[in-house]
Ligand binder design. Structure first.
Ligand code: PMP
Length: 425
């Protein structure tokens, strides 16, 4: 019996069903954009641990920085005995974030903690509690974060009523039925029907919806939200947990817009595989919470802060923003070619900025009816053929590519070759 199969049986007996696994194999080791399972099989990794490994698995500079910190100390708790890597990371994040004026940061551990803390901060700053989020949005699985997540199944299923005060406006998807005007009109309806604008603390939006299917918020939407926030004293929060750290070809996806958020949530690729998230924003807003109201035992862990500082170095040294755009173009060209090929499964053209690339799988050529079964089959075939590939989207029929930005052209082409074979049904 293969080692993975044995482990899978143990996993099924010992670990809950509620946590799902995209593949039935167990990881043994990984390097840059390659992974090996416990049975010795090699995979090209187009998932990057769900957008965490923009600098690749085990980048030597990141590992070196973690090792150095490991030799000094692993934990003091920032609230008990602070340490310099946390402060230095805040300084660097404040300097990088696309928001004018003095900024301040806080570090946490997970993406959900980042979005929850951004809301707590916005509530403290405004003295209000309402939140507007978007259909198809994903902000995490904890109680407040899952209330903001704009998808019931599976995130809110069987978990009781979501936290009150969180309302969803329809997200405009290019080519879909909802326009930007519809979305802005709907938010004004929410202000009339559900909650007065003067009770809304924050509007939270992913500049490019990640789990929702790699749909980018149109510039007019971001401008309209900025205007609504300015007119009504609402905090605009950009959830850049998945888009952040170079994935879209800019350090932050908000740099694609001519308006700014007040607060930005970061996580995932921030620390190249170590658990770290953060919230950065206007100092006046960020300082609203009272001392002791924010934080966490492991929040801003020293090993993770050391890793994040190294990740920022790697971005500079290896010019990864430029690489994201070049690599993204390579993916886009190939996927658009697959979309035109009659012999392959019908798919949409590639979409998404920089290297945040996805495409939809359709039931028939010429229609845009989603095909979640075929999508599942393609990701399964990919895994069988040595490619780790993830789906996403509100209809589970989008395939997304989150390959490390450090991957070589040869590895990208190898992965695309496997993908093409998987599409040849
Ligand atoms: N926000 C966004 C945009 C995300 O993509 C995710 C994770 N997929 C989260 C929040 C939650 O992050 P975590 O799973 O680390 O809590």
């Amino acid at each position: 019996m293969a080692v993975s199969a044995e482990l899978l049986a143990r996993r099924q007996a010992a670990v809950v069903r509620g946590v799902s696994n995209a593949t039935p194999v167990f990881a043994e080791r990984a390097l840059n954009s390659e992974v090996w399972d416990v049975d010795g099989k090699r995979y090209v990794d187009f998932a990057g641990g769900i957008a965490v490994l923009n600098t690749g698995h085990c980048h030597p500079h990141v590992i070196g920085a973690v090792r150095e910190q490991l030799d000094r100390f692993t934990h003091t708790c920032f609230q008990v005995l602070p340490y310099e890597p946390y402060v230095e990371l805040a300084e660097r994040l404040n300097a990088l974030a696309p928001i004018h004026g003095p900024l301040k940061s806080i570090f946490l551990t997970t993406g959900a903690e980042a979005t929850e803390n951004a809301i707590k901060i916005a509530r403290a700053a405004t003295g209000r509690s309402g939140v507007i989020a978007f259909t198809g949005g994903f902000h995490g699985r904890t109680a407040l974060a899952s209330a903001m997540t704009g998808k019931v199944v599976p995130y809110k299923q069987n978990f009781g009523l979501p936290m009150p005060g969180i309302l969803h406006a329809p997200f405009p998807v290019a080519g879909g039925r909802v326009t930007v005007e519809d979305t802005l009109h709907y938010i004004n309806l929410i202000f009339k029907a559900d909650i007065d604008a003067s009770h809304v603390a924050a509007i939270v939006i992913e500049p490019v919806q990640g789990e929702g299917g790699f749909h980018q918020a149109p510039p007019e939407l971001m401008r309209g939200l900025r205007r609504l926030c300015d007119e009504n004293g609402i905090v605009l929060i950009a959830d850049e947990v998945q888009t952040g750290f170079g994935r879209t070809g800019k350090m932050f996806a908000m740099e694609h817009y001519d308006v700014q958020a007040d607060v930005i949530c970061v996580a995932k690729s921030l620390a190249g595989g170590m658990p770290l998230s953060g919230v950065v924003g206007r100092a006046a807003i960020m300082d609203a919470a009272e001392p002791g109201g924010l934080g966490g035992t492991y929040a801003g862990h020293p090993l993770a802060c050391a890793a994040a500082l190294a990740v920022l170095d790697v971005f500079e040294r290896e010019d990864l923003l430029k690489r994201a755009n070049v690599l993204g173009q390579r993916l886009r060209t190939a996927i658009d070619r697959f979309a035109r090929a009659n012999a392959l499964v019908p798919i949409s053209a590639a979409r998404g900025p920089g290297a945040m690339i996805a495409f939809d799988v359709y039931k028939q050529r010429g229609s845009d009816e989603p095909d979640p079964e075929m999508t599942k089959l393609i990701t399964r075939r990919a895994h069988e053929n040595g490619l780790i590939l993830l789906s996403c989207g509100t209809t589970a029929s989008t395939i997304r590519i989150l390959v490390p930005l450090t991957a070589s052209d040869a590895i990208i082409d190898e992965g695309l070759g496997i993908l093409e074979r998987c599409l040849a049904a």
